[in-house]
Design a protein. Structure first.
Length: 361
């Protein structure tokens, strides 16, 4: 428990340090650019400019622009405006701007000007009471600099929130996919073990071969099923292993028609095609006592692939249990491809057909 607390504390501290570092970099770049722009603007507006005097005045205003902008954004906006405490926001804004204007004027008159000029110093009461001069020469420059800074901060904040939202959505999708795969794999394993058990009861000599096939399939599930994508060729290889495993169970009463045209390489989520095929065997051959036909085809194009599975069914589809197979597959397709796929499911004349078209790049 103690080690967990320490690790959590370090993680939070690392996150805060990273955020603070990014904040410092942003502000350094912004305020440096604003300062340089202000110097060149003031220098160009004067007929006989004194660069030393411009520099001192600009740096004095610049310091209070930084203080005012950060105070407005991080205190007034974040703590009061966004909390809908509008009255307090207005009161603190007006009061704060007046105080900052006075402090800026006092700083220039009594600290900065003696360094580069011999001007007559205004009295402290005059500085406090000359509101019009403070407004136009000190408060407005602070507000203008703050406005630009706050606009930039809102843009950066919007970008960060958008990135965080996308990251959270991705993490949520990854968790859901892992949960769906964890649900599918035991489901698939349960059905296959039932098949091998049936063979063992009948004393079939194909039990050992079935176990070998199952071993290959489990190896694929464990090492490839956890990947985000696999090649279509890899997926079709395990589909063939599964079909071979099922053929041992049904012998000659199962007629399989398979067409494979993989002319273009493609990438798909692991276990996708295998899930459809497993579903066809479960609800097709698994529900029939006589001959049954299953048709499987895969055809790849430059940017997409079309996968079809058709199987006969011998029960009323409305009476059959929905199971987790197709629901699971559809949910995975939604998470992987959003609206960029097509899944057609048809039932007619004792035939159940699935056609899946997905992008492969």
């Amino acid at each position: 428990m103690q080690s967990f607390f320490v690790i959590s504390l370090r993680t939070v501290r690392k996150g805060l340090n990273g955020k603070l570092k990014k904040e410092i970099i942003y502000q350094t770049g912004f305020w440096t650019a604003l300062f340089v722009f202000g110097i060149f603007r003031n220098y160009g507006e004067l007929e006989q400019p004194d660069f030393r005097e411009i520099f001192y005045y600009d740096i004095c205003h610049w310091i209070f622009q930084i203080i005012g902008a950060n105070w407005i954004y991080f205190i007034l906006i974040r703590k009061f405006f966004e909390a809908k405490k509008y009255f307090l926001f207005i009161v603190y804004f007006i009061t704060g701007m007046y105080i900052l204007g006075v402090l800026n004027r006092l700083f220039i008159v009594y600290a900065a000007e003696p360094l580069f000029a011999d001007y007559r110093q205004d009295s402290i009461p005059d500085i406090f009471t000359n509101v019009k001069y403070l407004l136009f020469h000190y408060v407005l420059p602070i507000i203008s600099g703050s406005f630009i800074f706050i606009s930039m901060m809102f843009m950066l904040r919007y970008r960060d929130e958008k990135q965080n939202t996308l990251q959270l959505q991705k993490e949520k999708s990854d968790l859901e996919l892992k949960a769906l795969k964890a649900q599918l794999n035991p489901h698939f394993l349960f059905n296959t073990l039932n098949n091998i058990y049936s063979l063992s009861i009948t004393g079939s000599g194909a039990v050992s071969q079935s176990i070998s096939r199952l071993s290959d399939i489990l190896d694929y599930i464990l090492y490839h099923g956890q990947k985000e994508i696999v090649t279509i060729s890899e997926e079709m290889k395990i589909v063939k292993d599964y079909i071979a495993l099922e053929m041992l169970r049904y012998d000659e009463r199962l007629q399989l028609e398979m067409e494979e045209k993989v002319e273009f390489p493609g990438l798909i989520p692991p276990l996708l095609y295998l899930s459809f095929v497993e579903n066809a065997f479960k609800h097709g051959a698994g529900k029939a006592s006589g001959n049954v036909t299953i048709k499987i085809s895969i055809e790849t194009y430059e940017n997409y692939a079309v996968f079809k599975v058709e199987n006969q069914f011998f029960e009323n589809p409305h009476d059959a249990e929905p199971g987790i197979g197709l629901e699971n597959i559809r949910r995975q397709l939604d998470l992987y491809y959003q609206n960029h796929y097509s899944l057609e499911i048809k039932q007619s004349d004792n035939w159940f057909a699935i056609k899946l078209m997905i992008p492969t790049k």
